[in-house]
Design a protein around this ligand. Structure first.
Ligand code: HEC
Length: 103
């Protein structure tokens, strides 16, 4: 069983090297690390979300909704301020990268 799991992991890492590298680079480049922590699990403020390890589709949807204004909570303004820096394609790459981080 472990062997199957690790083979699957290796296969996905081999298939997605560009996504992993781009995601990590984008995460720093676009200042995500400043508010969510270098690994996505140490937010700057106690009421900012820990994002590491969330489901990729969920992460992507939240970012798109924050960017479009469909999601608008008390803290959304802080996050919305950087969303003009990322394209929808970059949001997808970021979501896939953040989903791989340990919670
Ligand atoms: C200035 C601080 C700040 C920066 C920079 C920032 N965020 Fe956020 N982010 C927040 C806050 C605050 C929220 C919660 C918004 C709310 O309450 O609606 C949030 C929410 C999120 C969510 C939704 C989490 C959830 O559980 O619903 C994701 C995903 C996310 N940010 C990813 C990113 C990524 C990727 C970047 C870089 C492109 C980034 N953030 C940059 C502050 C920031």
């Amino acid at each position: 069983m472990m062997k199957v799991v690790s083979l699957a992991l290796v296969a996905s890492l081999v298939a997605l090297p560009a996504v992993a590298a781009d995601g990590a680079a984008l995460y720093k480049e676009k200042t995500c690390n400043a508010c969510h922590g270098p690994q996505g699990n140490k937010p700057l403020m106690p009421d900012y979300p820990k994002i590491a390890g969330q489901n990729a589709a969920y992460l992507e949807r939240q970012m798109l909704d924050i960017k479009s204004g469909a999601r608008n909570n008390a803290n959304t303004a802080a996050m919305k301020g950087v969303m003009h820096l990322v394209s929808d394609d970059e949001i997808k790459v970021l979501a896939e990268y953040i989903a791989t981080l340990a919670p």
